[in-house]
Design a protein. Structure first.
Length: 96
């Protein structure tokens, strides 16, 4: 079975933010690097202080797409928090 990303929630991230206050699963991440190298780190907590579950890097003006659907998504047993870095960085996260 092929999972369609349109069946999941999607959020645009340009600043550090809680994606979900509940347990969830991340299906894909698109990171668009800004005018400097960029990164997005997802942690299994409410404030970004925990251990990184995913950490994705993009060079300046480059995009990186990571699709976790073939793995059944990445499980977050507590919460989902995104920490983004890099001038002009933007990410899209598909989750539920």
């Amino acid at each position: 079975m092929t999972v369609s990303l349109s069946l999941h929630n999607v959020v645009r991230v340009t600043a550090n933010v809680a994606i979900s206050g509940l347990p969830g699963r991340v299906w894909a991440i698109l990171l668009n690097g800004g005018s400097a190298a960029s990164s997005i780190k997802l942690t299994n907590d409410a404030d970004g202080s925990g251990t990184a579950v995913t950490n994705i890097l993009a060079l300046a003006s480059q995009s990186v797409f990571v699709d976790f659907t073939s793995l059944g998504g990445v499980d977050f047993s507590s919460k989902i928090y995104a920490t983004i870095a890099g001038l002009g960085a933007e990410a899209f996260i598909w989750y539920d």
